[in-house]
Design a protein around this ligand. Structure first.
Ligand code: C5P
Length: 402
């Protein structure tokens, strides 16, 4: 099955003669089960019909900022919808507009709104392609993070022979496929991440909680989605928000609620990452009215919460189970013990003794502890980088077990 399955690909067609090949590109992408939408510059309508492109993509083709009856054609929505945008053919004019951020049509407005990787397949005549302005602009595009699929060599529409032909549609599709293969090692995997603290209610206004901010778990969820996974984030009370609409977020408050939410989604997952700081105990009795301050002393009886990770370990089958551990002494030994007692595949150990690491901080310093590999320690890194290290390690190990 192609990695392009269900990938949202936005094709932008600009006004070069190679536009006549774009229906074949749409066909190629649709054959690989991608979800394709096409936008086009008004000038490109001279080269290829919207009817052909909409018939092949199964979706309306857009080129104006407004639809009939004053309706707005939302380029921001389109830019955010796409997992990948490909501009093919890319003319010298659009190339120059992209290099300068000059926005005078729907394609450019969408390009400037897109947050996804953008590919371009330039197509122009020999001397135009070689011109230093063109080459400088291509370089600028690369510096801005775009991906250039170089023009191929051969016979050109002008009759000249040389570099300038738009790469063939099947090769463009292959470029895109390889990009996803390389950058999305978690493609097709379902990952559940827990994050944040849990709050254990005492009465309607009070609770027992902890200082976990949820940052580590949120970074893991975001990165896992970027790496191709279908992500469910079970979050305890936190002020953090997530603007990636592809992540399913389930908000919970207490450990018991977290356990139920995870349990319900457990069967469908390939990987479970317990980054949440689950409260170990909860008040035995939850008062339904606010407790009055009558006595000088009071005590709250606590009962143990279920250890969610340990519980998941009892029924994990071939799922990859990851726990976190915060240790102050004999860290490695304790982490190894936890790995075995909870039947996890990996423990991410972080030590409170490391400056810059831990609750509420932007950085973390971790060691990966597994059953069959030597412990692997990393330097102090941002939580986003730590998330990437964790997910790359998981992707490697899933591959090994596949
Ligand atoms: O045993 P300890 O609390 O140190 O283990 C930490 C790991 O276990 C974390 O991954 C945490 O999310 C998980 N945990 C849990 N349920 C609890 C306590 C911790 O799943 N009640």
């Amino acid at each position: 099955m192609s990695v392009l399955k269900n990938k949202k690909i936005l094709l932008a067609v600009t006004a070069g003669i190679a536009a006549y090949k774009t229906p074949l590109l749409v066909r190629e992408l649709v054959k690989k089960n991608a979800d394709v939408r096409v936008i086009i510059t008004p000038e490109a309508l001279e080269f290829v019909t919207p009817l052909t492109l909409s018939t092949l993509s199964g979706k309306p083709v857009e080129w104006e900022f407004t639809k009939e009856k004053g309706q707005w054609n939302n380029h921001v929505e389109m830019g955010l919808w796409a997992d990948l945008m490909i501009i093919a053919p890319l003319t010298a004019r659009t190339l120059s507009a992209m290099a300068d951020g000059y926005c005078d049509n729907l394609v450019m407005a969408t390009y400037l709104s897109a947050k996804c990787p953008v590919f371009v397949a330039p197509a122009m005549d020999l001397d135009m392609y070689q011109h230093p302005s063109t080459q400088n602009n291509l370089q600028k595009l690369i510096e801005n993070g775009n991906h250039v699929i170089p023009a191929a060599s051969g016979e050109l529409a002008s009759g000249l022979i040389g570099q300038g032909r738009m790469e063939e549609p099947e090769n463009i599709a292959q470029f895109i496929e390889e990009f996803f293969q390389k950058n999305q090692p978690l493609q097709g995997k379902k990952i559940l991440v827990s994050a944040g603290p849990t709050y254990e209610p005492i009465d309607p206004v009070r609770f027992i909680g902890n200082h976990s901010s949820g940052k580590m778990g949120f970074e893991i969820a975001k990165k896992a989605e970027e790496m191709g996974a279908e992500v469910t984030l079970v979050a305890g009370p936190t002020s953090l928000s997530i603007d990636n609409q592809k992540i399913t977020r389930i908000d919970v408050v207490s450990a018991l609620e977290m356990k139920d939410a995870i349990d319900e989604k457990f069967d469908q997952q390939d990987v479970i990452i317990m980054a949440a700081a689950v409260a170990d105990y909860r008040p035995k009795e939850v008062f339904d009215k606010k407790i009055k301050k009558k006595t000088d002393e009071m005590s709250i009886e606590l009962v143990k919460n279920p250890d969610i990770l340990k519980y998941l370990g009892t029924k994990k089958s071939d799922k990859f189970l990851v726990g976190f551990a915060l240790e102050t002494n004999n860290a490695l030994e304790h982490a190894k013990g936890k790995l075995l007692s909870k039947n996890a595949d990996m423990i991410v150990l972080n030590s409170l003794e490391d400056e810059g690491a831990g609750f509420g901080k932007e950085t973390n310093k971790v060691t990966f502890v597994t059953r069959d590999q030597p412990a692997q320690s990393f330097p102090l890194k941002s939580k986003a980088e730590v998330a990437e290290d964790i997910l790359n390690f998981i992707a490697q190990n899933l591959k090994k077990n596949a």
